[in-house]
Design a protein around this ligand. Structure first.
Ligand code: FES
Ligand code: FES
Length: 168
């Protein structure tokens, strides 16, 4: 049998967490693999790789997406944000802090995706109610069943962020 011809790579430039990267990838490479394998950003997790679980959630141009359903070449010239860019240096984002305070994870495998989904909501909505929060993480499965505390963390983070905005 003849060995398969290598697939020609395409060079793309994308911004990830506000840093520009130029990488050469096969057109079939999913954004998730480009982040994890080409850029070494392994905070975004791979579980189902078929759009079922939400573990791979990142932001693409400010919107939450499953990075296993986006091709890397589609991200040429676009802005990607991952869990690695959420904290400000050593200062955790209020959502991250709330996850710790509300005990919102067990194995932690879904956590990056949950946080990115909640952050997409809170980036666009200053005053979400509990049902907005539940809806924002409805595409993120947690096999450990930490759902109640994930929602508690979302509510706590939203309250903290509102207080900070009001100068309290
Ligand atoms: S790894 Fe992308 S949705 Fe499960
Ligand atoms: S904390 Fe284990 S899958 Fe959610």
């Amino acid at each position: 049998m003849k060995p398969r011809e290598p697939i020609p790579k395409q060079t793309i430039t994308l911004s990830v967490n506000e840093q520009q990267h130029t990488i050469a990838i096969e057109p079939r490479r999913i954004l998730l693999d480009a982040l994890r394998h080409d850029l070494g950003l392994t905070g975004t997790k791979k579980v189902c790789a078929m759009g079922d679980c939400g573990a791979c959630t990142v932001h693409l141009d400010g919107e939450a997406v499953y990075s296993c359903l986006v091709l890397g070449v589609e991200c040429d010239g676009r802005d990607v944000a991952t869990i690695e860019g959420v904290a400000d240096g050593n200062d955790l984002h209020p959502i991250q802090q709330a996850f710790i305070e509300c005990d919102a994870y067990q194995c932690g495998y879904c956590t990056a995706g949950q946080i990115m989904s909640l952050k997409a909501l809170l980036d666009h909505n200053d005053a979400p109610n509990e049902s907005d929060i539940v809806r924002s993480v409805s595409g993120n499965l947690c096999r450990c069943g930490a759902y109640q505390n994930i929602v508690k963390a979302g509510v706590a983070a939203a309250e903290k962020m509102q207080e900070a905005q009001n100068g309290n």
